[in-house]
Design a protein around this ligand. Structure first.
Ligand SMILES: Cc1ncc(COP(=O)(O)O)c(C=O)c1O
Length: 444
């Protein structure tokens, strides 16, 4: 049972001397406590279809009544308590910016670090708070001491910003990139690990893994890949943009040396908030991307020398962490998988529909991508939005030409019913003649 006093006092304790800041909204915390306690001893799986609870969760957001947003994979909506905290912080900053930003709000940095470390299951001394996964992963990619001839294994389905960063190092420093290719869905751990292993040579220093692949929601067996890579003398970078607070794990569980995530995705924190984890004994090996006097020592804070930024949004990360912790990651994961299964199981029965995502719980959670024979991903998205104001994203990339659907805990099954109606109608219709040879490409 979550007690309101526990919930609030934990937040207040973490806020320390900043207890006058609204790290948690007591009225909201009380309601959350009641709602969660009402679930009683039900297992996370048993609460996944408790529409009373989840519609209350939905009401905690400020969603547009005019569109059906099924693209949490791009970026997530923030609960109202997070928006309120952000706005209050912002207003306070404007009462005397340099005082309130750097003397007051920035004082919440260490408690926030501790809170994120608790969620991540690691030491606060391994967590840097930054702006997004791109920043965290680029910090590591550009900060590692690699020399000409050193090799990196990555895949064609990693995130473009990271592939680009590696390609830049290839051009600048003469490192060599060895690419794994995939045919989704992937449903065999041994084959996945072998595909990485086959690209490792005596010169390989790094294996770069995307934990949940953005294009199709594929969950990768990160731990098994990391263990194999370590056994072969490589370090492991994990892109956790989509895994942190979508699926239940602690960073040390996957044995990564370096891990970065975007907190504006599944944690529902303000836009432009992220987190970088570096295993304590590896911190000194990574040069800070934005120079710092202590770069090369083992203080994780060297990666926070980012110049002026929004302390208002940074400090509202704590409110997002409180909100999500109040719901609980196991319940959240179960609900996300329930929503994905809900539409995927029904869509399976629609003629011409196929998937690039495995339905096995081990290999997918919230996100799945589908295709309709004869249709291009972009045309399906246009029609779903044009006819029903359903917002999903086309994935037109490498071998994929499909549509990614990514509901979050604020989505309801009636929205998925609308999606299913749309898919059914499109599957029966004639695809448009493509007059523009340039296909619509993936946008977040
Ligand atoms: C797998 C993956 N990595 C990294 C990123 C980059 O995230 P951000 O733009 O927040 O840095 C994304 C964004 O969608 C992603 O899907």
């Amino acid at each position: 049972m979550v007690s309101r006093r526990d919930f609030i006092s934990k937040s207040t304790l973490l806020a320390g001397s900043l207890s006058f800041l609204k790290f948690s909204n007591p009225v909201f915390a009380e309601t959350l406590e009641k709602k969660v306690n009402k679930l009683g001893s039900l297992s996370p799986g048993e609460t996944a279809n408790d529409e009373d609870f989840w519609s209350w969760v939905r009401e905690s957001y400020t969603l547009s009544p005019n569109i059906i947003n099924l693209n949490a994979g791009g970026v997530s909506a923030q609960p109202k308590v997070v928006q309120d905290a952000h706005i209050e912080n912002y207003k306070m900053c404007n009462e005397g910016p340099s005082y309130f930003m750097w003397r007051i709000l920035d004082g919440g940095r260490e408690p926030l670090r501790a809170k994120l470390a608790t969620m991540a299951g690691c030491s606060p001394e391994e967590i840097a708070i930054n702006r997004n996964s791109t920043e965290g992963l680029n910090t590591v990619i550009f900060g590692l001491n690699l020399k000409a001839g050193d090799e990196v294994v990555l895949t064609k389905y990693d995130y473009p910003h990271m592939m680009t960063a590696w390609k830049q190092r290839e051009k600048r420093d003469g490192i060599k990139l060895n690419w794994v290719d995939w045919d989704f869905p992937l449903e065999n751990d041994e084959a996945i690990v072998k595909a990485y292993a086959d690209k490792i040579t005596s010169k390989t220093k790094i294996v770069h893994i995307t934990h949940v692949i953005n294009w199709v929601g594929q969950i990768m067996p990160a731990r098994a890949i990391a263990d194999m890579a370590h056994a072969r003398g490589c370090e492991v970078i994990v892109d956790g943009a989509h895994s942190f607070n979508q699926i239940d794990f602690k960073i040390p569980d996957i044995n990564a040396d370096y891990f970065a995530t975007s907190l504006h995705k599944w944690l529902g924190a303000p836009f432009g908030s992220g987190m970088l984890y570096i295993k304590k004994d590896k911190i000194k090996n990574v040069w800070a991307l934005l120079g710092d006097d202590k770069s090369g020592q083992d203080d994780i804070r060297v990666f926070e020398n980012l110049g002026t930024r929004s302390m208002a949004s940074e400090m509202a990360i704590g409110n997002a962490a409180d909100f999500q912790s109040g719901i609980g990651i196991q319940r959240k994961e179960a609900r996300l998988r329930y929503l994905k299964d809900y539409w995927m199981n029904k869509a399976k029965a629609i003629p011409k529909v196929s998937f690039s995502t495995s339905a096995m719980p081990k290999y997918s959670c919230a996100i799945a991508s589908f295709s309709i024979d004869g249709w291009k991903g972009g045309d399906i998205c246009d029609k779903l939005f044009g006819d029903k104001k359903i917002f999903v994203t086309p994935i037109v990339y490498e071998k994929l030409n499909c549509v990614r659907v990514s509901p979050n805990i604020y989505n309801s099954t009636w929205e998925l019913d609308r999606l299913l109606e749309g898919i059914e109608e499109i599957a029966k219709a004639t695809p448009p003649v493509q007059d523009d040879p340039k296909e619509k490409e993936h946008k977040k």
